[in-house]
Design a protein around this ligand. Structure first.
Ligand code: NAP
Length: 302
């Protein structure tokens, strides 16, 4: 019987593990793939307080070694379900059934991809899913943002402060995001809206040099030279297996506030899979600490 089982070895999960073991609890982390979560694919990080510059791989490896060095156990097994039996929770993987007093759900979310050729290959070579993380690398350059939700609008606003030119490409002529942000963008001289349009191809030899855009009304194709493409077409939380365990919102995020408590006693949610407005490395780490300390208090109360 573990005190805390954490589902997911991303930034939130491993941060929770550090806080759990340092509080003297037995901690098991279960991870379906490799440790690190989304950040492992980020070539360069320069917005994590206290670390001037590092790669996602280095950051994730340091976090993993820190958690395991302090005594957290990590098993690479996919969690198939979590059962709530009151004071005991069963966490079932393809190999084992583990028992815990508390569970932290930190399975994260995946950025939705356009599915274009070279999209995966050119990640960090002009393709990014996070303007807040990577925007500063495009100072004085031309960029494009794909999407029409609040993330795309905020990304375009953010980039307009750094970039020479920002093309905001959206598949409809109405934005899903807030009209206030649209109005702010309309005032920006270096932002151009490309509406009713989809990206039909990424242009370049071994990195992004432009995008080919298809007009959905006229059917015409045109090339827009850009150094970077920020894809902001939504995220998919990895919470399907928790749907019967805790309340999820209509988009599939675990409903929990800043205290990381779900509607099920002893089950906590941390990181990008939780309902929240800011999904960043810092907020994932912060959630990990909050969820772990809440789980410790829950265990002590049993
Ligand atoms: P979102 O609201 O789901 O918007 C995704 C956008 O991408 C939509 O405009 C959608 O087009 C477009 N899209 C989806 N699939 C596409 C595809 N295959 N090809 C081209 N375009 C595609 O996602 P989000 O912007 O990441 O926001 C997620 C949630 O976080 C939202 O509730 C949002 O309000 C919230 N958020 C809040 C803030 C804030 O409050 N400051 C900031 C960021 C995000 P359609 O419109 O045509 O469907």
């Amino acid at each position: 019987m573990y005190d805390i089982i954490i589902v997911g070895a991303g930034t939130a999960g491993l941060s929770a593990a550090i806080y759990g073991v340092r509080a003297g609890k037995s901690v098991l982390v279960l991870e379906a793939n490799t440790y690190g979560g989304q950040i492992i694919n980020t070539p360069e990080i320069e917005n994590y307080p206290g670390i001037k510059n590092t790669s996602g791989f280095e950051f994730a490896t340091a976090l993993y070694e820190q958690a395991t060095g302090l005594g957290a156990q990590v098993e690479f097994e996919e969690v198939r379900s979590v059962e709530n039996h009151g004071n005991v929770k069963n966490v079932i993987t393809g190999k084992e059934t583990y028992e815990a007093r508390s569970v932290i759900l930190a399975a994260g979310a995946k950025n939705r991809h356009l599915g274009l050729p070279h999209e995966e290959e050119w990640l960090g070579k002009g393709i990014s899913y996070c303007a807040t993380c990577d925007g500063a690398f495009f100072k004085g350059k031309d960029t494009a943002v794909m999407g029409g939700g609040n993330t795309a609008l905020e990304d375009a606003l953010f980039l307009s402060n750094y970039c020479n030119k920002v093309y905001l490409i959206h598949r409809r002529d109405q934005f899903r995001g807030d009209s206030k942000s649209v109005a702010l963008l309309e005032e920006k001289e270096n932002v151009e809206f490309v509406l009713n349009a989809t990206i039909s191809a990424l242009l370049g030899t071994d990195h992004v040099e432009g995008v080919e855009v298809a007009d959905k009304i006229t059917g015409e194709h045109r090339s827009i030279p850009v150094d970077g493409l920020f894809i902001a077409i939504g995220q998919t939380p990895q919470n399907q297996v928790f749907s019967g365990l805790v309340a999820l919102d209509e988009s599939g995020y675990v409903i929990a506030g800043e205290d990381c408590k779900t509607n099920t006693a002893g089950i906590f949610a941390a990181g990008d899979g939780r309902t929240k407005t800011v999904r960043q490395l810092t907020t994932a780490a912060s959630d990990g600490a909050v969820a772990a300390l809440a789980a410790c208090a829950y265990c002590d109360s049993l």
